[in-house]
Design a protein around this ligand. Structure first.
Ligand SMILES: NC(=O)C1=CN([C@@H]2O[C@H](COP(=O)(O)OP(=O)(O)OC[C@H]3O[C@@H](n4cnc5c(N)ncnc54)[C@H](OP(=O)(O)O)[C@@H]3O)[C@@H](O)[C@H]2O)C=CC1
Ligand SMILES: O=C(O)[C@@H]1CCC=N1
Length: 286
């Protein structure tokens, strides 16, 4: 017979170790805590002791060494910079539990490179996430390595869907995904900065300009999502014949802003490929 106590129990979550608790690492950890994970099911590490102390105080998560964290963890999430991945894989490979799922959030580093630095057959899932996950509006794309199963992908989806949307994609999409949604928040913040400065240039107090621009960005994103309309249609609805918007858009086209966005995202995609190549060249077998 089912008891009331059993009905309301929190589902068991296996122990998750997160290595590299910088900006993106904290984004994931804080999201899991907000989503109701018991901090005692989480363990994390960072190279800087003062950073570790900060996170322990903020979230009640045990901060420890990489080897301690990995021992017994069923899911190991790696959130170090691509350039630090090789050393980290070499350090943890001997301590990983057989079958533990390794999840990498590093830009560029492909699953082949990760697998080459880990014991044979270790399941790996690669992720490209973004910082709006800090407010539960993240966009993450995930791809399975050669030994990862559907259950492994579901486990990663469960972790990331706590803080936003998750798409399963073929791995060869991930350099482009990095250029679009991984780096994307920075481009939009750049546009916001430029518009706020423009408002100040036009004589608005900075706080007024900031409020106008931030709410316009938020409202436009919400309109896109909720209307389901194509952005071209929404832009045309703002653009009155012979009006102010048409005058502004003409300047953006004359300054080749659309072409600049294309070049910028090609550069980000190429940088992701270069990081992948560098990580591949550095790879070591355990
Ligand atoms: N920031 C973002 O918006 C996004 C980042 N990413 C990816 O996430 C990863 C982390 O990026 P981000 O959080 O911005 O970078 P951070 O530098 O903020 O975080 C990485 C953290 O890992 C620590 N670290 C490095 N080596 C080790 C180690 N061996 N053991 C434990 N901790 C270690 C670093 O310490 P120290 O400071 O001493 O180096 C640092 O605190 C990158 O691979 C990046 O490509 C992906 C999508 C978006
Ligand atoms: O700039 C970077 O390399 C990382 C990856 C995507 C966003 N930040």
């Amino acid at each position: 017979m089912t008891t009331v106590e059993e009905d309301v129990r929190v589902p068991h979550r296996s122990r998750l170790a997160l290595l590299g608790a910088g900006v993106m690492g904290e984004t994931v950890l804080s999201g899991l805590v907000r989503a109701g994970w018991d901090p005692s099911d989480l363990v994390a590490t960072d190279r800087r002791p003062e950073r570790a102390a900060e996170l322990e105080a903020a979230y009640g998560i045990t901060m420890t060494s990489n080897l301690d964290a990995v021992a017994g963890a069923e899911t190991v999430v790696l959130v170090v910079k691509p350039q630090d991945m090789r050393g980290l894989l070499a350090e943890i490979a001997p301590a990983l539990a057989a079958g533990a799922l390794v999840v990498s959030l590093a830009a560029g580093v492909d699953t082949g490179t990760l697998e080459a630095g880990l014991p044979a057959g270790q399941p790996v899932v690669r992720v490209m996430a973004n910082t709006p996950a800090q407010v539960d509006e993240g966009m993450a794309a995930i791809a399975a390595g050669s030994a990862a199963t559907g259950e492994h992908l579901e486990r990663v989806r469960d972790i990331l869907s706590a803080t936003g949307r998750v798409a399963v994609v073929p791995e060869h999409y991930l350099d482009a995904v990095t250029a679009i949604s991984g780096s994307g928040p920075a481009y939009l913040f750049f546009v916001v900065e430029a518009m706020i400065e423009a408002g100040v240039h036009l004589g608005l107090p900075r706080d007024v300009s900031t409020e106008l621009v931030v709410q316009t960005m938020l409202g436009s994103a919400k309109l896109l999502r909720e209307s389901g309309e194509h952005p071209t249609v929404l832009r045309e609805r703002v653009t009155s014949p012979g009006g102010t918007t048409a005058a502004a858009l003409r300047e953006l086209e004359d300054h080749k802003v659309r072409a600049a966005f294309l070049s910028a995202m090609e550069a980000a995609r190429d940088r992701s490929r270069a990081l992948a190549a560098a990580a591949r060249e550095q790879q070591v077998t355990p």
